[in-house]
Design a binder for this molecule. Structure first.
Ligand code: NI
Length: 176
């Protein structure tokens, strides 16, 4: 495993089978996993992303990192092991354009609950539970989907999906 300062990890892209796997729960937060979380954050920042899930860098473990801050000076990283997301049943759906570092240059509108509660373990192994809304709620849902092998393009309507199909096929072919 890369030690700190080794630069960004390689981001896997659409068509890579690892993105379709169901990731394994983390039994113990080892120093290696903490380092992995730090390397994932560095990779995410370098790629200008707001979230990254472990399968995206080829590791099938239930770990995501998120930071929705727009400015470097406002960084506020979240490291979540074994995240579980519970949509607020009263919450309205919000529709917003999404993209993904593993599906480069492609954006689509995705409907998701605007408010969710999530539970996870933080980088120190402490349980966290938070109710969040808006962009952060969207990011938590998008990243946790990755741990179940699900991509945002699976959640768009059939008409829009049909329009993106040839781009997606080309992307999957291009990585081989
Ligand atoms: Ni993604």
């Amino acid at each position: 495993m890369a030690k700190s300062g080794n630069g960004p990890l390689k981001i896997r892209t659409y068509g890579d089978p690892v993105l379709r796997e169901v990731s394994k729960p983390v039994a113990e937060i080892t120093p290696e996993l903490r380092q992995l979380a730090q390397d994932m954050l560095a990779t995410m920042y370098a790629a200008d992303g707001v979230g990254l899930a472990a399968p995206q860098i080829g590791k099938s473990v239930r770990l995501v990192v998120i930071d929705i801050a727009k400015e470097e000076s406002q960084r506020n990283p979240l490291v979540l092991f074994n995240p579980e997301v519970f949509p607020d049943e009263e919450s309205e759906l919000s529709v917003c354009e999404e993209g993904c570092l593993s599906v480069p240059d492609l954006w689509a509108e995705v409907a998701r609950p605007n408010r969710v509660t999530f539970r996870a373990l933080d980088i120190d192994g402490q349980p966290v539970e938070m109710t969040v809304e808006g962009t952060l709620a969207r990011a938590v849902q998008h990243e946790t989907d990755h741990l179940d092998g699900r991509l945002f393009v699976d959640r768009i309507g059939p008409a829009e999906r049909a329009m993106l199909q040839s781009k997606l096929k080309k992307m999957a072919r291009g990585r081989k």
